[in-house]
Design a protein around this ligand. Structure first.
Ligand code: FAD
Length: 400
């Protein structure tokens, strides 16, 4: 399967069930075998092939490229994200300009509302949220900050996620927005979760209702999959889809492996499995142009089984008489999505990392390879840095 075939196969519809094989690559030798065609694997494949002049074999167990950022046109022709909404945002001009070689963009600022007992309120919490929830008329930052301070609780130590929220906004807002949502999302009470989980959610005293505040916020104009097709469109890159690393490694030889799958899987789970939270998505198409006012509505109540609903046309800007949404359900079993941020899990990861440090012929990159929640731009940054490191090692070897 050459890059052109990948392009044809991926555009237009979901090919989850169509077998894809590879162009005549058997018997070829490669400089690099890259496992995983998400951001980490694809960016490294592109850099190694086009900048480094290396021959690369890229494999993925899924029937498509793009990893979790994969998007496709559903049966009604609406562009949807198979693994949940992916919004690109970054403060790095370098990362944005690298990706801009492979896609044009549409400007998009993400907005999220939370459904609190039937009322839709902005999240992250801002002044509009406070006024809406409490029936107040806070007019400026000073008044909003004073109100939050009057609600915030004095805690001796901030250890868990719950502590972070209660110390910033108090128990009321904690219960309305975080408690149920976090329990559903993680299967754990916020008091059992590392403070880093909610440290990512800011609280605002102004009326800025954008979900992100990064200097660059945009979506690939023709979608993520098209961007990945362009990233991987190089003669030095061969792609194997529906291909497990354990099978590929038997048939193809490469001097070095780059592994962007789960690090514990690579080492046969010898110290035990690293815990992940998984997700399930229920996609639906409605015979209407729009069903919700913003791209994502969160459902914090534990009485509602899903965590959020995404309406993709807000994100993609697509004009279409119908609209598609996905309901997101968090669960324990399934594909690994979110590393569960607890100290004992980090300790277990460190044991695997020690094995990795002693394995010179394999490099671990990406969200699963380094057991850390990264946004897409961070994974691109990590992959570009890894490429520079690999280049430095190669030139040291040449000197030696
Ligand atoms: P992945 O995209 O997961 O790619 C890894 C690939 O490796 C997979 O395709 C997998 O099939 C393959 N693989 C693994 N093991 C093997 C094996 N043994 N053999 C063959 N193939 C294998 N980031 C943002 O910046 N903005 C967002 O809005 C955003 N939303 C998100 C929403 C959800 C629901 C999730 C889960 C993540 C979101 N992210 C978002 C994060 C984003 O998905 C990641 O940063 C990015 O996908 C990581 O890329 P990756 O290459 O490390 O991993």
């Amino acid at each position: 399967l050459d890059a052109a075939m990948v392009r044809r196969a991926q555009s237009g519809q979901d090919h989850s069930h169509s077998p894809l094989s590879h162009r005549n690559s058997s018997g070829k030798r490669y400089d690099y075998l890259i496992v995983g065609a998400g951001f980490a694997g694809s960016v490294l494949a592109e850099r190694l092939a086009s900048d480094g002049g290396k021959r690369v074999l890229l494999c993925d167990r899924r029937p498509h490229i793009g990893g979790n950022a994969y998007d496709f046109h559903d049966a009604s022709g609406i562009l949807v994200h198979k693994y949940g909404p992916h919004i690109f945002h970054t403060n790095s001009d370098a990362i944005f300009s690298y990706l801009s070689r492979f896609t044009a963009w549409r400007s998009y600022e993400h907005r999220v509302l939370a459904d609190v007992a039937g009322t839709l309120l902005p999240i992250p919490i801002n002044r509009t949220t406070l006024n809406g929830l409490y029936g107040l008329d806070l007019r400026n930052d000073v008044q909003a900050a004073a109100f939050l301070a009057s609600r915030a609780e004095n805690l001796e130590a901030i250890i868990s996620s719950k502590d972070v929220v209660v110390a910033t906004v108090g128990s009321d807002l904690y219960r309305a927005f975080f408690e149920g949502y976090t329990r559903k999302q993680w299967g754990l009470d916020p008091s059992e979760l590392d403070k880093s989980v909610t440290a990512r959610i800011p609280t605002r005293t102004d009326t800025d209702d954008r979900y992100f505040q990064d200097s660059i916020q945009a979506m690939p104009l023709h979608g993520y999959t098209r961007m990945f097709e362009n990233i991987l469109d190089h003669d030095n890159i061969d792609i194997l889809l529906e291909a497990e690393f354990s099978d590929v490694r038997k048939d193809y030889k490469a001097a070095h492996t780059i592994f962007t799958g789960p690090i514990d899987e690579y080492y046969g789970y010898r110290f035990g499995a690293l815990p992940y939270r998984s997700l399930q998505f229920q996609h639906e198409t409605h015979d209407k142009r729009r069903v919700q006012p913003v791209g994502v509505i969160n459902y914090p109540s534990e009485e509602i089984p899903y965590t959020r609903i995404t309406e993709y046309k807000h994100l993609t800007g697509q004009v279409h008489p119908k609209t598609s949404v996905s309901y997101e359900f968090a669960c324990a079993e399934g594909d690994p999505y979110y590393p569960i941020p607890r100290p004992e899990n980090q300790a277990l990861f460190k044991r695997y990392e020690q094995l990795a440090n002693a394995s010179p012929n394999v490099t671990f990159v990406g969200r699963l390879g380094t057991y850390k929640y990264y946004n897409m731009d961070q994974v691109v940054g990590q992959a570009l840095a890894t490429y520079r490191r690999l280049q430095a090692v190669t030139s040291d070897e040449k000197v030696a």
